[in-house]
Design a binder for this molecule. Structure first.
Ligand code: NDP
Length: 256
């Protein structure tokens, strides 16, 4: 039987790694995209192959139009099809600055990676998916974007990150509306506080918030595998009449 193919951006570490491994365990072949950490990407590729899947490793910066073209080109060259795009790659602000003082340079960089990259990668992939549906290669491809609780939480010292994540929410709504007629369902997954390199620098602070203050009502850190399980669920084909949904994977953070 033909295995479905997933492209996961930022799959070398953290949440993207968890998504890639969950998809492989669920029977997908996976394109492991990364920015610079080739050793980590290689380890993920080996884990996918150990689970019986095929992996292709593609170094590409999602903020670069040329890299996005090459990423998609190499995906189809490796596997001949694409059933699932997961827009996961993202960065935290390299400077935390109050909203009244934040500069443009770090804003431009963050928006280019966290919002513009997924926006145009989705456009590129959607057009290829539509062509493949027309050719009968794939039947019901899916697009999933990893946003954040920051899409609706006012963190005034990282406005760039919040604006990008809120933008991904509208991006999901827009592509869900535009692609429904083609049978491409589009979803947004909102992780809460997940233990990765991104949150590692502020572990002590988050430990207190999670365990002592209950900011995450299920009083534990999220795991990359929690997000992976949600991606597998929406990619499963079991929700054919649902598109544009937001799936909170946040241990109840949104209930506060
Ligand atoms: P990590 O910092 O642990 O991993 C980031 C991943 O993205 C790495 O694989 C990295 O590749 C890749 N990456 C970074 N920049 C680019 C780029 N320009 N082009 C391609 N790939 C890139 O982050 P997380 O796993 O924590 O976060 C993943 C996503 O989940 C992000 O979108 C983040 O905003 C979101 N998120 C995270 C939460 C958390 O608590 N951790 C909560 C909510 C959302 P390389 O290894 O080569 O550097």
């Amino acid at each position: 039987m033909t295995r479905p193919v997933a492209l996961v951006t930022g799959a070398s570490r953290g949440i993207g790694r968890g998504i890639a491994l969950a998809l492989a365990a669920a029977g997908h072949d996976v394109v492991v995209n990364y920015a610079s950490n080739a050793d980590a990407a290689k380890e993920v590729g080996e884990a996918i192959e150990a689970a019986g899947g095929r992996a292709a490793l593609v170094r590409a910066d999602v903020s670069s139009a040329a890299d996005r073209e090459r990423l998609v080109g190499e995906t189809y060259a490796a596997f001949g099809r694409l059933d699932l795009l997961v827009n996961n790659a993202g960065v935290a602000p390299n400077v935390r600055a109050d909203l009244l003082e934040a500069g443009e340079e770090s804003f431009d960089r963050l928006i280019a990676i966290n919002l513009k990259g997924p926006y145009f990668l989705t456009q590129l992939v959607a057009n290829r998916m539509i062509a493949q549906i027309g050719a009968g290669v794939v039947t019901s491809p899916r697009i999933v974007t990893i946003s954040s609780i920051s899409a609706y939480t006012a963190s005034v010292n990282r406005g760039d990150y919040c604006v990008a994540k809120a933008g991904l929410a509208m991006m999901t709504t827009l592509y869900a509306a535009r692609l429904a007629e083609h049978g491409i369902n589009v979803y947004e997954i909102r992780p809460g506080i997940v233990a990765t390199d991104m949150t590692g620098a502020v572990t002590g602070k988050y430990d207190r918030l999670i365990h002592d203050e209950g900011i995450t009502p299920i009083r534990r850190w999220g795991k990359p595998a929690d997000v992976g399980a949600a991606v597998v669920a929406v990619a499963s084909g079991l929700l054919p009449f649902s598109t544009g949904q937001v799936i909170d994977v946040d241990g109840g953070f949104h209930l506060r």
